[in-house]
Design a protein. Sequence first.
Length: 277
Amino acid sequence: MTDPRISKLSLNQQTTKSWSVREAVEGCVRAGIPAIGLWREPVAEIGVAAAAKAVADAGLRVSSLCRGGFLTASGDAGRAALEDNRRAIDEAATLGTDCLVMVVGGLPDGSKDLRGARQRVADAIAELAPYAGERGVRLALEPLHPMYCADRAVLSTLGQAIDLAEQHPVEQVGVVVDTFHIWWDPDVWNQIARAGARIASFQVCDFLTPLPADVLLGRGMMGDGHIEFPPFHRAVTEAGYTGDTEVEIFNADVWATDPDEVLATMKQRYVDLVLEG
């Protein structure tokens, strides 16, 4: 029986990067973790239908699919991105999750036109949102820390993401609250309250310093960095979010650790440092 304290805990697959879909599913079962956030690349290795069956047979929930997005290109590349995102929407529907995490993309190669990139994101979301809604999937816009604006996400604050999401029905477009990316924002509490029913995913991990040379790997296990987690858990709960809390960590040391040990630490840190006593 699952410990009731972790009944809303989810393992994001990147936290145990070395595990295949089946290995991650089996690891969750061993650890009593009831949900998993899947990534498209390892899902593709075994096929979407097989991944969906593995999760369902294990009795797990799919809390999200990562990721769609990268919508800032124009021309043929832009059209190809739209087609890939339609495929991602279909995959999310087959996997049984209503949450497709969207990392919207940075500046196209050689471009400094940030305003234009943001407009192309808005245009692409407008085209994709009805398609997603028809399939019971919500596009979950994830604002990334500003250090990723150039190469990964021209949405840098939760407020920006909400501004874009509010142009569409709530069941079609929502937002991701990821502590790593928004903990620094002095307006974050107002924006979480404002997001309300738009919150499609809640992700946690810590912010480490000094950042590694590859800043993508600057995420840490909760308690190893600078973030105070209970206020975030309280804020999303008060905003009406009832979904899972995904632990998503990109960190070379975590990846080098035995994944079962990572899950054991993750569970304990979630209970001790994320939930309120």
